[in-house]
Design a protein around this ligand. Structure first.
Ligand code: PGA
Length: 261
């Protein structure tokens, strides 16, 4: 059985004062949930605060990217070793907003995955097709290429990725921040494909790997998506910004039988 994982992607939101409110509310609302895993991925500048507030809780923390370089003259970049300093558990890699804004390729994302796993950080590797790709019927081909970047990692790196329980997030770009989530059937079909691709490389890992869904997930549609067999949690944007919505999603992820009530 795979444990669900819910990760809040705060994107470029937050302030020291508001983070403290949200994080403290989340701590008190989630502390008794022990059947799923929870995390928030926040802007780098708040890592110190997150570490301070979340150490000892059942909520992990992480970042929204990681440098492809180890160290040196790379102005504004943040290395894996720096994330280790703040005990980050997760790093989102290849998010579509990064792929669009910085023209991030699958190959570059794969290097970032390598940096993360070498530092013992769990990558949340994002895949997903754009609206245009979706409408022209090539979504599966696009996602397959993105997943192959992981399958084609060298042997040592792939073993390390397994060891840190690499996560894949399927986030159709047309569903991100649009209020139009994928239907449970659409998402399930893609998650199933991703798992099948991983199985070609490593069957045992394919049954273990968590493939989480992202894109306009809300407390209202969480049940329909998280009860699909190949959906193991969610990467949540907008609904992660308030403790109310995020904790509702976490409660369902922790116990999907609540959906029957
Ligand atoms: P959204 O964002 O939940 O606001 O659609 C998800 C994401 O970009 O990770």
């Amino acid at each position: 059985m795979r444990r669900n994982l819910v990760v809040g992607n705060w994107k470029m939101n937050g302030s020291i004062a508001n983070n403290a409110v949200v994080i403290n509310q989340l701590k008190s609302r989630l502390h008794h949930l022990d059947a799923a895993d929870f995390a928030v991925c926040l802007p780098y500048v708040y890592l110190f605060q997150a570490q301070h507030l979340l150490t000892g809780s059942n909520i992990a923390w992480g970042t929204q990217n990681i440098s492809q370089f180890e160290s040196g003259a790379y102005t504004s970049s943040i290395s894996a070793a720096m994330l280790q300093d703040f005990k980050c558990k997760y790093a989102i890699i290849g998010h579509s907003e990064r792929r669009t804004i910085s023209h991030e390729s699958n190959a570059k994302a794969a290097i970032r995955v390598t940096r993360a796993v070498n530092a013992g950080i769990t990558p949340i590797y994002c895949v997903g097709e754009t609206l245009r790709e979706h409408e022209s019927g090539i979504a599966k081909m696009i996602v397959e290429k993105q997943v192959l970047a992981i399958c084609n990692l060298d042997r040592t790196t792939f073993e390390r990725a397994k060891k840190v329980d690499l996560v894949i997030a399927y986030e159709p770009v047309w569903a991100i921040g649009t209020g139009r989530a994928a239907t449970p059937q659409e998402a399930q079909e893609m998650h199933h494909l991703i798992r099948a691709l991983i199985a070609l490389k490593d069957e045992a890992f394919a049954s273990k790997i968590r493939i989480i869904y992202g894109g306009s997930l809300t407390p209202q549609n969480v049940c329909s998506l998280l009860t699909m067999p190949d959906i193991d949690g969610s990467l949540v944007g907008r609904s992660a910004l308030t403790a109310d919505d995020f904790s509702k999603i976490c409660e369902i992820a922790n116990d999907t039988s609540l959906c029957l009530i």
